[in-house]
Design a protein around this ligand. Structure first.
Ligand code: NAD
Length: 429
């Protein structure tokens, strides 16, 4: 597949150690992908500097974390300057409208034909960009005070999101991401609407452009430190075991996909200018951010097949932990048989999905994904305690290690991390 670069082995850490720093550009939440990268940095005795997106107060004003919120984070070196990106709550120049206020009062049956005031949105966007730039500069000037001279610095971009916080969007997106049959909503129809276009601009702003801002605003770090590299988490499908072979697969609709392609382009362009910026397209896992998309986790189950294959055919400790969560331990075999059948094994279908990625949803495909998700959940003792949680942890730990080591001596701007690499790396940890 042209343009698909899976990282095959986890390299050695060639650079990072005691005097060096990992800077998190975004906020760290429990279960979030970046925790694996942080674990690796701490194992190598590096200093970690944390960020926050901040919070919105009752009047929707952006504020730093309160002392109590900071305490709960339990993060030393947390720079409490709100790094929220996007513009849904930013006013236009007349101080009258925000994209959020434009979406107020829209009825469920009228959203498709809504016309938005794009001049006002353009002003809000510019104001949001200026706010984000100002706060990023303030954040980085605090970072500078904490970093040792001539040391190495790894910046980790974790930001993604940008769904405008308007009431009307939740029922629409629930149908787009989860609906089938009577509740099916075509993601293409949504994406082509004015509300869809607003989401697209917002996603690009939060998920992609923030990486460019980080790279632009850290020029002086590159000039004054020995090694400066950048990692970002991408998603562009993932290779999982289907039969005996690892095959690329993905799910639809992944509406952040266009913004993730832009994220890759930012890394590639920076790379051409000698900047070591890398995007790691990572497997689907369940985190605070992805749990709304229930169904995407179905392709995480076959990670157990990969772990067995890379463990010379023997089960791993993860198999044991997963069996304990099921109503009957032997349900694990049923689950793995089921998910193997679910995986796309048709070469042509997979190639067309790769070429046309990101794809829009179809009613029958949504039905299949939802039914698979519900069926797999029904095999568990407790629907709130799913196998995909330990599996997600395996993924973020192994992915974090691979990203950390590769960024110590970067070799390519865009890599894919598949279940093969995750399994091999995890088994050697
Ligand atoms: N969960 C998955 O399946 C998956 C797969 C591949 C890549 N990723 C990527 O991994 C990264 C971390 O996501 P995660 O799934 O661990 O979830 P997470 O909730 O732990 O992290 C999401 C991050 O986005 C930041 N963020 C959210 N809205 C923001 C805004 N308006 N402005 C600035 N920052 C904002 C948060 O602060 C947080 O750092 C993201 O880039 C995500 O796209 C996730």
């Amino acid at each position: 597949m042209e343009g698909f670069y899976p990282l095959k082995e986890c390299p050695e850490n060639k650079t990072f150690g005691e005097n060096d720093t990992l800077v998190i550009f975004g906020e760290v939440f429990d279960k979030g992908y970046v925790n694996g990268l942080i674990e690796e940095a701490l194992k190598n005795n590096m200093q970690v500097i944390y960020g926050t997106v901040g919070r919105r107060d009752e009047e929707n004003k952006l504020r730093p974390l309160t002392d109590e919120e900071v305490k709960l984070k339990k993060q030393t070196n947390l720079i409490n300057i709100p790094l929220e990106a996007g513009f849904d709550l930013d006013f236009d120049n007349a101080n009258e409208l925000t994209p959020f206020s434009q979406l107020q009062g829209i009825k469920r049956d009228g959203w498709l034909d809504v016309k938005l005031n794009w001049d006002s949105i353009a002003e809000s966007k510019k104001n949001g960009q200026e706010r984000f730039l100002k706060n990023t500069k303030a954040f980085l000037s605090e970072v500078k005070k904490l970093i040792k001279p001539n040391s190495n610095v790894l910046f980790a971009h974790t930001m993604a999101g940008g769904i405008p916080r308007a009431k009307i969007l939740m029922p629409i997106l629930n149908r787009v991401f989860k609906g089938h049959g009577k509740r099916f909503q075509s993601s293409k129809e949504f994406w082509d609407s004015e509300i869809g276009r607003l989401c697209a601009e917002s996603f690009e702003e939060v998920t992609a452009r923030t990486f460019q801002v980080l790279i632009d605003e850290t020029k002086d770090f590159r000039e004054s430190h020995s090694h400066v590299s950048y990692t970002a988490f991408g998603y562009h499908g993932c290779a999982a075991l289907a039969g005996d072979e690892y095959k690329w697969q993905s799910y639809a609709p992944y509406l952040q996909g266009w913004a993730k392609i832009e994220l890759e382009n930012i890394a590639k362009k920076s790379w051409e200018n000698g900047i070591k910026a890398q995007v790691f397209n990572s497997p689907e896992i369940l985190t605070n951010s992805s749990s709304v998309f229930m169904g995407v986790e179905v392709c995480l189950y076959p990670l157990l097949d990969a772990l067995k294959k890379e463990n010379n055919g023997d089960e791993s400790d993860v198999h044991k932990a997963c069996r304990e969560l099921l109503k009957e331990p032997q349900h694990l075999e049923t689950i793995l048989d089921y998910t193997q059948k679910y995986m796309v094994t048709d070469e042509e279908q997979s190639l067309s999905a790769w070429k046309n990625w990101p794809e829009h949803n179809k009613d029958d495909q949504m039905k299949e994904m939802r039914e698979a998700s519900d069926y797999l959940i029904s095999m568990h003792k407790d629907p709130k305690n799913l196998m995909v949680f330990p599996l997600s942890e395996v993924v973020f730990k192994a992915t974090g290690k691979a990203m950390f080591c590769e960024s110590s001596s970067p070799t390519k701007p865009v890599w894919w991390v598949g279940h093969d690499l995750v399994a091999k790396t995890y088994l050697n940890m």
